[in-house]
Ligand binder design. Sequence first.
Ligand SMILES: Nc1ncnc2c1ncn2[C@@H]1O[C@H](COP(=O)(O)OP(=O)(O)O)[C@@H](O)[C@H]1O
Ligand SMILES: [Mg+2]
Length: 204
Amino acid sequence: MNNNITLLEHKVSPEEREKIKGHKAFCIWLTGLSGSGKSSIANELDSRLTSMGFHSFLLDGDNIRRSLNKDLGFSKKDREENIRRLAEVVKLFVDSGLILITSFISPFEKEREYARSIIGSERFAEVYIKVPIGICEARDSKGLYEKARNGDLKEFTGIDSPYEEPHNPEIIIENLDGTKIPDHIDSIINYLLSGKIIKAKNPQ
Ligand SMILES: Nc1ncnc2c1ncn2[C@@H]1O[C@H](COP(=O)(O)OP(=O)(O)O)[C@@H](O)[C@H]1O
Ligand SMILES: [Mg+2]
């Protein structure tokens, strides 16, 4: 740690930001296997919150791996560093007052817990998109499971790199049927309403 660096105290308080936005700052952290439906659900949720008049934003793992984290691969060490950096970025978004939705595989409990600890557990909900690997593999929209099975893609989550199931997620979504996605979005919206993160100010 560099002793010549002093942290700046923000003059604007979280409450002032909350008042302007009309909702609390929050992180909805989706986790699950590749192909479980994280990006699809995150996008729908972002769209629903926006249409309700709330200020949300979506950070998608693949997008960040093409930009900020393009120097990182898929070894255990790089996966840990990927999530460590992402957690810091998410914290900044949440500090700015947004409802931030993330869609990262985030396979390790330790890094998810790290994210929760730095963002703050009162501003964090872990949402486990729970889908059996066989179904994710059958979907294989990006052809990655096939590549992993053929040995053309190494260290693929669920095949030759582990996925640690969340111990105690705030929400579990069994995303088995595409027609049910609006219902899953309803469940997350209801969670935000009951936790008073958002108020039902606009009709959905
Ligand atoms: N409930 C579902 N039933 C069927 N297909 C789905 C469902 N949810 C998502 N999909 C499809 O599965 C594929 C992977 O979804 P995606 O959201 O990209 O997953 P992830 O971001 O977790 O890798 C996409 O083609 C998507 O349209
Ligand atoms: Mg995705």
